[in-house]
Design a protein around this ligand. Structure first.
Ligand code: GLC
Length: 734
């Protein structure tokens, strides 16, 4: 229902008509709890997560008393204190909004999004977001800065951990599912929170994978690859969207009217709130696209930015700009309407403390059923990259050594893990203890730390390994080596971990490598030398139990990669939905010189998009394409029979790709257009169908408009972007 004809809109207009210009502008400002309490000279001390370069500051009571929202109040007590002291001073008693980064869990931590997306289960992402919302809302939070829907192709960028991956369609499915999970069907419910899609737009394309770096791309690339997932989140009903730090077409997203007005408001019809990223409006000065703070404020308002996070250009300059007639107060009213509307929709005007209940909070976190969901999500997120048959391990093993910095570490939550506590996480060692009989000897030895060059722990680790029947290597990146400002120029295991792996392998024991990392790594050497590799990502609170479930066969790995793993960092960016070029190499053994290829590595990634193994085997057969002509309003159907020809029940993610054989612009070699995750018992087979309709083929063409062009399209089905079977070709004709 359009808000323009709802009772909420009447209340908003009434309130707006009573507000002074300063009060309106205050709604467009967001700061942290500490600044509020200090500004009121409150004796209350709070410690809240800091997610950017903040300085301890105090603002005048007059300014702070018009504030609109709070960043990172993360418990009911803090929210209560801040709301209470604020409402004592705010003339019209307009309640504060509380916002926080609930990315992959609040107190119960689920796998990082790059891991959860590897489940290819949007429903699972919806369930985990539901739980995260319930935990966060119980702590007074009204808005989460999620889903992060940035398409990613460069593993050097630390925030790939926060993304669903390199495909527009899959990313959109995950983003929409998370919005549904967070928001539920009633924003006034005490266990739902508003979702904020981010980072609009194309933040993941930072040059060199260096965070906050320049982004430069064509409008076609923006629209065909980077925008679809944000739009899926908006179409799912997200109430907010956050602007990104980067420029698009040379203009910072935070002051970019093409993005914020043309695309977001006019094309997509978005009516929600646009919030900046952390000081990103002020940072337009450093981008050298704003002369000063006043210019930044003017540009932000005219571009359509509603809330400025942390920096103070709006509250410092907008009033004078209006008084000098240099900005139109109607733009301020437009922004404030959206902010007040959100507060009404959340029920904050009915009761500013409706989400703030310290007793309820105590019961709301880390429930047993939440841990069970976290365990299931972790099982479904971990990707089996190699298995020479050593897995699953036998439970009657007599002794197990778990070696590496993650052997008994609770730091398996990853970046953006909310209020998750490492001490509440199940470690690999603890997961083995929980899994195996008491008489099994389990020895944990770190051998080294995450990233130093200290090898003094090697001996104890090697002794533990030598005296055990099986060795589990628990290696990876330290949690802060990915996430925001966590860019790496190398994609290797840090420190002396590679050396420790080599030394352990020399013992000749059955050895499994479990990896904890927030990005694709260079794994060729490990693939060639280690019998089995399980990509655990940062699996969250129940990681250790899920790893034990998988390693000992109580769960069968089913996850598949949503981001390509390169041979080497020199191959980056490498992604499946690439263009063919005018000199395609085609098959890997093509040694003709004048082709688009490397002299020293293949063109294909080491592990392709959609790749992941199981303990069983799935065979594909009887592919067919029903219909060779597609017309507007019609459909064609791709079919394939999949059989479980192994000895374990398991789930298979069957993928369907389309190749547009030619277009008004160069077209990707493959585009994922459908997937089904099916469960099959040993010997069982199923026929999987994919319906293809014209709108699925639409793209932003050379005419700079979205359309489906007539022509021929090949259809493929298979287990990943490399292992595909051609189903046939159809012609789209009007
Ligand atoms: C950070 C991040 C953004 C986050 C915001 C608030 O800089 O870029 O993703 O939501 O600040 O913490």
């Amino acid at each position: 229902m359009k808000l323009t004809d709802s009772p909420v809109q009447t209340k908003v207009e009434e309130l707006l008509s009573e507000m002074t210009l300063a009060e309106k502008i205050g709604q467009m400002f967001q700061t942290d709890p500490g600044t509020v309490l200090r500004s009121y000279h409150s004796k209350i001390e709070v410690s809240t997560p800091v997610t950017g370069p903040i300085s301890e500051r105090t603002l005048s009571k007059e300014l702070i008393s018009n504030l609109g929202s709070i960043l990172s109040a993360t418990d009911a007590q803090t929210a209560y204190e801040v709301q209470k002291v604020f409402l004592q001073h705010n003339r019209l008693k307009i309640p504060l909004l509380f916002m926080f980064d609930i990315i992959h869990g609040f107190r119960t931590v689920f796998p990082i999004p790059l891991g959860l997306a590897s489940s290819w289960e949007p429903k699972l992402a919806e369930e985990t977001s539901r739980v995260a919302a319930a935990e966060g809302a119980a702590s007074g939070i009204n808005v989460t800065f999620a889903p992060m829907a940035d398409l990613v192709r460069d593993p050097r960028w630390g925030r790939v951990m926060e993304s669903p991956g390199e495909d527009p369609y899959l990313n959109g499915q995950m983003a929409a599912a998370m919005v549904r999970g967070f928001q539920g069907d009633d924003l006034k419910a005490l266990d739902t929170i508003a979702a904020c899609v981010k980072h609009f737009a194309a933040y993941g394309a930072a040059e060199g994978g260096r965070d906050y770096n320049t982004v430069d791309m064509s409008e076609a690339t923006l629209r065909n690859y980077y925008l679809p997932a944000y739009k899926a989140g908006i179409d799912a009903g997200a109430e907010l969207i956050m602007t990104s730090f980067n420029v698009y077409d040379g203009v910072p997203a935070t002051t970019n009217s093409f993005l914020l007005r043309n695309v977001l408001r006019e094309e997509w019809g978005f009516e929600g709130v646009v919030i900046s990223d952390y000081t990103s409006l002020w940072e337009t000065i450093f981008h050298m696209s704003s002369k000063d703070g006043e210019d930044a404020a003017k540009q932000g308002l005219e571009a359509g930015l509603d809330i400025e996070m942390i920096s103070t250009e709006y509250i410092s300059h907008l009033e004078q700009l209006v008084e000098r007639g240099e900005v139109d107060v109607a733009l301020i009213d437009e922004a404030v309407r959206r902010i007040l509307t959100l507060k009404f929709k959340l029920g904050l005007f009915d009761d500013p403390y409706r989400y703030i209940n310290i007793e309820r909070e105590k019961e709301a976190h880390l429930k047993h059923e939440y841990r069970q969901l976290a365990r299931k999500a972790a099982q479904k997120s971990m990707v089996l990259l190699k298995n020479d048959g050593i897995l699953p391990l036998k439970k009657d093993v007599k002794s197990v050594a778990v070696i590496g910095p993650f052997a008994d570490s609770g730091r398996i939550l990853g970046g953006w893990s909310g209020l998750g506590k490492p001490e509440e996480a199940v470690t690999v060692k603890q997961g083995l203890i929980n899994k195996l009989e008491n008489d099994v000897k389990i020895t944990a030895a770190a051998g080294c730390d995450y990233s130093s060059n200290d090898v003094s722990g090697f001996q104890a680790a090697l002794e533990a390994a030598a005296s055990s029947e099986v060795v589990i290597l628990a290696m990876g990146e330290e949690d802060h080596m990915s996430g925001e400002a966590g860019s790496r120029a190398y994609l290797t295991l840090p420190g002396v971990q590679p050396k420790l792996v080599e030394e352990v392998l020399k013992l000749g024991k059955p050895t499994v490598l479990v990896l904890f990392n927030g990005r694709p790594l260079e794994l060729k050497w490990y693939h060639e030398h280690v019998p089995a590799i399980l990509e655990a990502w940062f699996p969250g609170t129940e990681g250790g139990n899920a790893i034990a479930d998988l390693l000992f066969g109580d769960a069968n790995p089913s996850a598949k990669l949503t981001m390509s793993f390169p041979y080497t960092v020199g191959q980056v960016p490498v992604y499946y939905n690439c263009l063919n070029t005018g000199r395609p190499k085609g098959h890997e053994d093509n040694d003709f010189r004048f082709l688009s290829k490397y002299l020293d590595i293949p063109n294909a990634p080491f592990y392709p998009f959609g790749y992941g193994l199981s303990y069983t085997e799935f065979t594909y057969s009887d592919t067919a394409l029903i219909g060779d002509t597609l017309t507007p309003g019609g459909s064609v159907k791709a079919m394939v029979t999949v059989q479980n020809t192994g000895n374990y029940a398991g789930e298979e993610i069957v993928q369907m790709y389309v190749r547009d054989l030619w277009g008004s612009t160069s077209r990707p070699l493959l585009e994922l257009k459908g997937f089904h995750k099916i469960h099959l018992a040993p010997g069982e087979k199923a026929t999987v169908e994919f319906v293809i309709e014209p709108e699925m083929l639409s793209y932003f063409t050379a005419k700079k408009q979205y359309e489906v062009e007539e022509g021929d399209f090949k259809v493929f089905v298979g287990k990943n972007a490399r292992d595909l079977i051609e189903c046939g070709t159809f012609t789209y004709t009007i």
